[in-house]
Design a protein around this ligand. Sequence first.
Ligand SMILES: [Zn+2]
Length: 465
Amino acid sequence: MSIQLYNTLTRKKEKFEPIEPNKVKMYVCGPTVYNYIHIGNARPAIVFDTIRRYLEFRGYDVQYVSNFTDVDDKLIKAAKELGEDVPTIAERFIQAYFEDVSALGCKKADVHPRVTESIDIIIEFIEQLIKKGYAYEVNGDVYYRTRAFAEYGKLSHQSIDELRAGARIEIGEKKQDPLDFALWKAAKEGEISWDSPWGKGRPGWHIECSAMARKYLGDTIDIHAGGQDLTFPHHENEIAQSEALTGKTFAKYWMHNGYININNEKMSKSLGNFVLVHDIIKQIDPQVLRFFMLSVHYRHPINYSQELLESTKNGLERLKTSYFNLKHRLSSSTNLTHDDEQWLNEIQEYHHAFIQEMDDDFNTANAIAVLFELSKQANLYLLEQNTSEKVIKAFLHEFEQLFGVLGIVFQENVLLDEEIEALIQKRNDARKNRDFALADQIRDELKAKNIILEDTPQGTRWKRG
Ligand SMILES: [Zn+2]
């Protein structure tokens, strides 16, 4: 059994064979930090975090690098508008990014390199490209000579001629060919800049990933990933830069996640339907958003709507309830039941089915369907009069392990009905004993878990808030 993954480069599912056995070098293009991330940025963060977790679960040692673009046109524009400097804005949104994605259950990368801390390696990279004839300087700008790289277009499956037909030279650009792209941009008056052999300036966008990936992961990496919109020109340009410099394959596998639509419309600034993660996770449990993103195969488009989120929330709630019912039953289970083997075998089958789905190009949608089946079996088992500790533990282990691969952790914020009743009884006893402090404490504890109490002449009633 091996992992198969879809490679944008070959447009085929391929057997995953990393360069070094058991080691995976993975580079995921990160955000430009001029604002809070929107849910379109959250998708690659969640998808590739899950793929990383799955590779680790399958025994690989994963080295994961994801960059921050902390200087570019958008940041310079934002700095002007806000009357702040670029590093202040970048720092603020890097911290906000960490807060948002950690709420979404994403682990930190092994390295999060920033452009402003990588200027020396970027300059060195560009100098070598010039030396090899792949780049040229014009009045302080440096451009990549696209026609010098014969394989240009191989990732996005377009020919140089097709591409050239669609490209334009913008006013003020001094490049020789419309397809050439900037490696270094001369500083305009008052802009943030660094000294270079070509005068004061800053890097173009694409060069940072080539330079950072090489520094932290080497000349050839296993998986290079990002949103589908990065395939062209960003990733195409990364290949041109890196492969021209090293003469080696830059990345063995290229993975791209699909778009997000909002209520079946494309998300765009002009339509005003941008959903920021920062805002939305105040309204919905971030785990629900994560689970929602994983409920569709990563290469397919995903439609974001209130109704779909609501049904995801209900689904996740059902799974959680199974899990906590299993936990609750653990204390009253014995080791004296006769049909353990049959149940343990069945649980193993679900375990293998999950792996089979994930091995097939990380099909989280089908893997989640397996988890719903597992939960159904658990519910069925819980109907039995006598349950075995061994079987309950095996169910719990699978829940924890497989949901853990998806980055979903069940927290104890769901109280079962019987636990609520027990707490209410305890509170009534406390009130009878005139221990009002304890009674109030129990009321507050329940309130914190969204359980509202109402004292009536007939006794205490409760409802979920
Ligand atoms: Zn990149």
